[in-house]
Design a protein. Structure first.
Length: 221
């Protein structure tokens, strides 16, 4: 549709940027059956911290493999992306599994979430909306981009009263790097190759582990 107004490269870059913000931008509707299956997996996961630790340990095992510098760099980039995915999964599983099992937290989420507060509907739909509120919340949370830490930080604070670390610059930079690896094939906007060192990967894993333990300790107080 926009081919005559912008280059394919510009269009693809914008697509990548939009996908990092929301899964809803394209107007595509996700499969309800798939959403229900995905939700059931999250809902039944009581060991989200153990899952995170297990996945991080598997990455540490992969780092022991002897590879040529070129292949090692290729693997480090993939593992860097995977560590961010592990963090996303933990944040989503911990929040969804906790909030949707607690009626009080569910009400807090609906009352305090800005996206829900801005929704408008005719008065004659009010009972249908109330009956479907849990489904609406479920759909919203499943479609949320969980590496959008600014938004995730806000809902953790408003609903669970949990505060992320005051200084999140390390994670923001790591997520921006993950974005370039995934959506620009490992290059920056200026076209320079992105490099990931083994030490950098280990530091990211350590910080993700510490972050997750802080959240887990909060839940278990």
């Amino acid at each position: 549709m926009f081919a005559k107004y912008a280059s394919r490269e510009s269009i693809n870059e914008l697509v990548s940027e939009l996908e990092s913000e929301s899964a809803e931008w394209s107007g595509k509707v996700s499969s309800e059956a798939y959403d229900e299956y995905f939700y059931s997996v999250i809902y039944d996961n009581y060991e989200f911290t153990e899952t995170l630790k297990k996945n991080l340990n598997n990455i540490k095992k992969l780092l022991k493999i002897n590879l040529s510098p070129e292949l090692a760099q290729y693997m480090y980039k993939m593992l860097f992306v995977n560590v961010i995915t592990i963090l996303e999964t933990f944040l989503s599983d911990a929040f969804i599994g906790t909030v949707l099992k607690d009626e009080k937290l569910l009400k807090n989420f609906v009352r305090l979430n800005k996206d829900f507060a801005d929704r408008k509907f005719p008065l004659n739909e009010i009972f249908d909306r109330v009956d479907n509120i849990e489904k609406d919340v479920k759909t919203y949370l499943l479609e949320l981009i969980w590496h959008n830490l600014a938004k995730v930080k806000d809902i953790y604070h408003s609903v669970l009263n949990f505060d992320f670390p005051e200084d999140m610059k390390f994670f923001y930079k790591a997520i921006a790097k993950r974005h370039d690896i995934v959506h620009r094939n490992g290059k920056t906007k200026s076209g320079n190759d992105i490099l990931v060192s083994r030490d950098e990967l280990i530091e990211l894993m350590d910080k993700v582990h510490t972050f997750a333990e802080d959240i887990d300790n909060f839940f278990n107080v």
